[in-house]
Design a protein around this ligand. Structure first.
Ligand code: FEO
Length: 400
């Protein structure tokens, strides 16, 4: 329960949730996550965000090592999702703050989750500043990054951005800073988090980035995972976000599939050889072996996504259906798609997958590939040709 001073009189007082494995369908396996909360000691003592409800005691114990909880004057709620506001009721009851700040839409969320009739809530507007002594807090609304209520808090005197969900990662560790983590593992964690949470809001990211870049910042403190300290670390995460949000096509493919009696799996192998021959690296991901959030992380680096399923009860297999639903909700853009699968009786699945991927706005350079019963030589040739055609289309897109 040790707080960490991240800048003079600014403390991390959050909680590490090593055991959480699911965040509304996003697998946190194998390590869990961190709910960061920050405390500034000044003429007014300010707590930024809380933690998940089951970590309320952890937050209060950590906070109490900096100052008695009743000396917290203000609470800033940058975002009301329960991983950051679940402990709010317990914290309000313990601290009895003079004011609780949130955005206009945050007020709606807060009132939806809690009885706030006796809470001293004050709505702040975009760009509004409050003085807390030696410091000023500027509130910047970041609507739909990633909830309507989302905002970030900027403390110019400390060149600090408390960024809520933006720039986070699901890392559970006693380390607090990104520069203490393996750079490759950090990049993977940022990518996984972005592709499973932030991706649909990429247009908002591209709007917010210039604003963040215009601020004098040498530390970005998100509400999940590790803190980006120093100019180099800040530049790195901003550049990563720009790259992830732009979704420029990348010369790499992934084949996602499920199979009943291995025929669809065999078709996948022939599609791989067509892609390989054209020089496009490819990864095969069985949905029996790979969680849909791991697949989304892979899609982050793939300009082509090819989906296969046999037909079962006139449609695709359940794992494929779950994957398609999850992927469509996250709205990956600027991809080339492909659909294939075997069947015995009716064979609807590949066409349904094709239509699904088309409805996501993807380029579909090859018709759905269907094979009745086991693949024969003609089917393998067609599957190989499908891989080659998609590879050529992808290379042209990357170069175009
Ligand atoms: Fe980390 Fe939107 O909650």
């Amino acid at each position: 329960m040790t707080p960490l001073e991240i800048k003079k009189d600014i403390f991390w007082v959050g909680a590490v949730d090593f055991d959480n494995r699911d965040f509304h369908g996003y697998s946190l396996s194998p390590q869990g996550s961190t709910y960061n909360a920050y405390l500034i000691k000044d003429e007014k003592n300010v707590l930024f965000d809380t933690v998940s409800a089951h970590c309320a005691t952890t937050l209060l114990c950590r906070l109490a090592k900096v100052l008695p909880p009743e000396r917290v004057d203000y609470i800033v709620c940058n975002h009301l999702e329960p991983d950051h506001a679940g402990a709010l009721k317990a914290v309000v009851e313990r601290c009895k703050p003079e004011k609780i700040f949130c955005s206009k839409l945050g007020l709606q969320s807060m009132a939806g989750y809690f009885d706030i009739s006796n809470w001293p809530v004050q709505v702040v507007s975009n760009g509004e500043e409050i003085c807390i002594g030696k410091r000023t807090i500027t509130f910047v609304e970041t609507r739909m990054l990633h909830w309507p209520d989302s905002m970030v808090s900027y403390i110019k005197e400390d060149r600090l951005l408390i960024s809520n969900d933006a720039f986070g990662q699901n890392i559970a560790s006693t380390e607090r800073f990104a520069d203490q983590w393996n750079p490759y593992a950090l990049a993977q964690a940022v990518k996984e988090y972005y592709y499973n949470i932030v991706l649909p809001y990429s247009p908002q990211v591209l709007k917010v980035l210039p604003l963040v870049e215009s601020l004098d910042i040498d530390m970005i403190a998100p509400d999940h995972g590790l803190i980006h300290r120093g100019q180099e670390s800040v530049r790195l995460i901003l550049d990563m976000y720009r790259t992830l949000a732009e979704q420029k096509p990348q010369k790499r493919a992934v084949i996602i599939y499920d199979t009943m009696w291995h025929s669809t799996e065999k078709m996948a192998a022939a599609i791989i050889s067509g892609l390989e021959e054209q020089g496009v690296p490819v990864r095969l991901m069985s949905l029996k072996e790979n969680h849909h959030s791991a697949v989304m992380s892979e899609i982050a680096q793939c300009g082509a996504v090819i989906v296969g399923s046999p037909t079962h009860n006139n449609t695709y297999l359940p794992l494929v259906g779950a994957m398609l639903t999850y992927m469509k909700g996250l709205r990956p853009q600027n991809r080339i798609g492909g659909a294939f699968g075997s069947f015995g009786w009716s064979g609807e699945a590949p066409k349904q997958i094709y239509e699904w991927l088309s409805s996501m706005g993807w380029d579909m350079p090859v018709d759905a590939l269907r094979q009745k019963w086991s693949p024969d030589m003609e089917c393998y040739k067609a599957a190989h040709a499908m891989g080659a055609t998609i590879a050529k289309a992808l290379i042209a897109k990357c170069e175009g």
